[in-house]
Design a protein around this ligand. Structure first.
Ligand SMILES: *Cc1c(COP(=O)(O)O)cnc(C)c1O
Length: 380
């Protein structure tokens, strides 16, 4: 068994309870017993999204839900405002274009956050924008977007509001109905701490009206079919789902509500605070400004004179702690610490102990223990 500690923005460490859940035997996915599991898991997903609308489970990674969120409401040549402040915003644009949409890009420098006024300005300029895509937590840069305030702006426009909460749901505040989000989705392997392979999506009444008007060009992810089969007796998915991963997701959701969502979000907030304080104490620099920092992942500038392979390689090989690298032009320039899912002070103490030893080995002049002390101070 690999005991490497995953300090990643997904996949995250999976608890023994969830591992036991996925080891149960498969059942018929078109049976009353599985229908019940599907109903309960979807209900817990809706509770987590904080919506009265039905949530649907998709077998696929978070990107399947990204694709579903766009492909179902897009006709060729529709105009879409894609907010792009990192890798995942770019992916939403790429999906928009690949389904024949006309992407209007709102580009934000990587490391910064979009402002609600920026979106308002774009919507004032062009009344034909059909929907707006926002990534709540831009995992590539460690920046959170103000999705509540953006929601307040969008209430004044007809455009639908599509939000990617793949790396925030269960670790930061998401309130789908209150924020006026029309389509919201997440993946199983980030803050939910389930294995990779499942995604969930929820759609508002306004969202369904648009979906019913679109001749969807995606087959596997056609949400009309998920709605139809989901309303059956027993409730089903249109195609065979990953039965075992649904068991895992169900268990992971039960654990989330046992902890309590507010408690869980506070734990994430503390973990991100501890991480930032420890990084500063060690003498490294945070990539984004602290005011816009994510609660679930922290991006850190690579210290001068150290390569990504030295830093993350030593962490992995000598100390069995897996950190994430930078993506695209940030590759080699930043590294990222994921503190989402089940992370507590224990994992952070190990991580900073290992990071300090790594930097010392690589020739940095640091006082061992200064980062760990900040973790202790934050959690005491
Ligand atoms: C991880 C992630 C996704 C989806 O990625 P998959 O690898 O397909 O699960 C989408 N959006 C964000 C913000 C993410 O962090």
């Amino acid at each position: 068994m690999d005991q490497t500690l995953l300090m990643l923005p997904g996949p995250t460490n999976v608890s023994n309870r969830v591992l036991q859940a996925i080891s149960k035997n498969v059942v018929n996915h078109r049976s009353a017993i599985f229908g019940e599991i599907l109903t309960e898991t979807s209900q817990l997903m809706s509770d987590l999204f904080k919506t009265n609308d039905q949530s649907y489970l998709l077998t696929g990674s978070g990107t399947a839900a990204m694709e579903a969120s766009i492909a179902n409401i897009l006709n060729p040549n529709d105009k879409v405002l894609n907010v792009i402040s990192g890798k995942f915003g770019e992916r939403m644009r790429d999906i928009t274009n690949s389904f024949g949409g006309k992407s209007v890009e709102l580009n934000i420098e990587w490391g910064n956050s979009v402002k609600p006024e920026d979106i308002e300005e774009e919507l004032e300029k062009d009344e034909n924008i059909k929907f707006v895509t926002v990534v709540h937590n831009e995992t590539s840069t460690g920046v959170a977007a103000p999705i509540k305030e953006i929601g307040n702006v969008l209430k004044n426009y007809n455009a639908l509001y599509v939000v990617d909460t793949v790396s925030s749901l269960g670790g930061d505040h998401v309130d789908v109905d209150k924020y006026g989000i029309d389509i919201c989705f997440t993946g199983s392997q980030k803050c939910l701490a389930a294995p990779p392979g499942m995604a969930a999506i929820t759609v508002s009444d306004d969202g369904w009206k648009v979906i019913d008007d679109v001749d969807s060009s995606t087959y596997y992810l056609d949400l009309k079919k998920y709605r139809k089969y989901g309303a059956g007796t027993p409730p089903e998915t249109p195609y065979t789902p990953s039965v075992t991963l649904v068991y895992g997701l169900w268990e992971a959701l039960k654990i989330i509500f046992e902890e309590g969502l507010d408690t869980r979000i506070r734990r994430h907030e503390r973990a991100s605070k501890a991480t930032r304080e420890a990084i500063k104490a060690i003498g490294l620099k945070l990539f984004p400004e602290e005011e816009v920092s994510s609660t679930t992942v922290t991006a850190i500038n690579m210290p001068d004179g150290v390569s990504d392979s030295e830093l993350r390689g030593t962490m992995r090989n000598e100390y069995k702690v897996e950190l994430a690298g930078g993506q695209d032009h940030l590759k080699g320039n930043v590294f990222r610490i994921g503190h989402m899912g089940n992370i507590t002070y224990k994992e952070l103490v190990i991580t900073f102990s290992a990071l300090e030893m790594t930097l010392k080995k690589l020739g940095f002049d640091i006082d061992l223990g200064v980062g760990v002390a900040e973790v202790n101070r934050t959690f005491i």
